[in-house]
Design a protein around this ligand. Sequence first.
Ligand code: DUC
Ligand code: ZN
Ligand code: ZN
Ligand code: ZN
Length: 461
Amino acid sequence: MSILIQGGTVVSTKGQRQLDVRIDGEKISAMGVNLPVDGANVVDAKGCYLFPGFIDTHTHLELNNGMTDTADNFTTGSIAAVAKGTTTVLDMATPDRGHSLQSCLDAWDAMAKGKSSCDYSYHMSLIEWQPGFVDEIKAMAAKGITSFKMYMAYDNLRASDADIYEAMKAIKAVHGMLGIHCENGDLVNALQKQYLDNGLNAPKYHPITRPNILEAEAVSRYLTIAALADLPVNIVHLSTKEALEVVRAARQRGQKVFVESCPQYFLLDDSLYALPGFEGAKYVCSPPLRQPADEAALWEGLEAGEIDTMGTDHCDFNYETQKPLGKDDFTKIPGGLPGVETRGELLYTAGVTSGRISPEQFVGVMAEHAAHQFGMYPQKGIVQTGSDADIVIWDPAEKNVISSQTQLQNCDYSAFEGFQTQGGPREVYLRGTKVAASGQIIKEKQGKFVARQASEYTFNK
Ligand code: DUC
Ligand code: ZN
Ligand code: ZN
Ligand code: ZN
């Protein structure tokens, strides 16, 4: 059965144009002005944008953090994603120490396969360095997993600078894309110990023990290692004005650096950690929420095109039953926020409706740049003939109020409770199937693994 979406305005980073879009099977088969109906099911999209399905570059939909499991899993998290326009997630596949990458891949496939309602792939995490990883990284790339993740913080996850350098050489050999969580883990540990030793154990000490300069230092060290290895690299969830300055300086020297950030770093600040009682625990994530000056710097960076992708770092734990694991010790509060559901509405409202960024810029950071950077273009990230028919019919007039009462995320709170949004998804198509309408899922578990190419940015052109 063919579908003809009529009268919508197709948006890409290059511009916008009112065009009919024809879908046959899983693909966009034609685009043009006044396309013939030719037996297709007609969908009227006048007054709406046609965005490429959003790509979330950073999720932890289903994760055990060593203490407890995320509130969402692939089933619930992917429903929340796709219902609001995210048709592809790149989830962080995270192995245990001493395990092979293949065993981690098997574990992630078991969680996602047949359960995901959006398309998915993984960034394979390298939480240590094993010599066998040289071949394993080749094997991952051959299976379409061409991006990797490392950590400079968290004792159970972080790798040494030398490990990172070894990993970079192996990743370079397969034209892979590396992303790193940048915070100086050693100094975070020292600060945490200092505060706890002094009986300072409340959520408000979380941001104080992870100050801006520890992110900037880690970014600087990461980019130094990347320069040694001559590898283009990605910085995940960049959150501070200081780190952005480090990136700027590296780019000025000619280094190829990609930057991901997340809506929480644009819309929430660290004053939330001082809320009464234990309320601040809702906002414990790492890097922590920062200060208004950081939000302002990130907005300027976004407007100027210095931020490539918007992920969410979706990693949610319930406030009533899970965050209290850190009731007497803020370092034990399970870290992370829900967010896979709200990225589109929030960024559209605060960015496009407010006039700060154009619809073209919005599409860039929500989908198109990620498709290029992570080896999915032009299958994903663009509304174009031949591409997967992942399309969001976006109504710029749609109003919503974000609330834990109505969200699809399986979490007992929202970090954006009460936020009013303008602009939202009317219908979502995943490879030609209408999977969501009016923010609700109508067809579940249609998601497939996306085998990705090498990142085009890792080739010298
Ligand atoms: N920080 C991370 O680095 N990962 C998951 C959640 C969080 O807060
Ligand atoms: Zn992280
Ligand atoms: Zn993360
Ligand atoms: Zn390209």
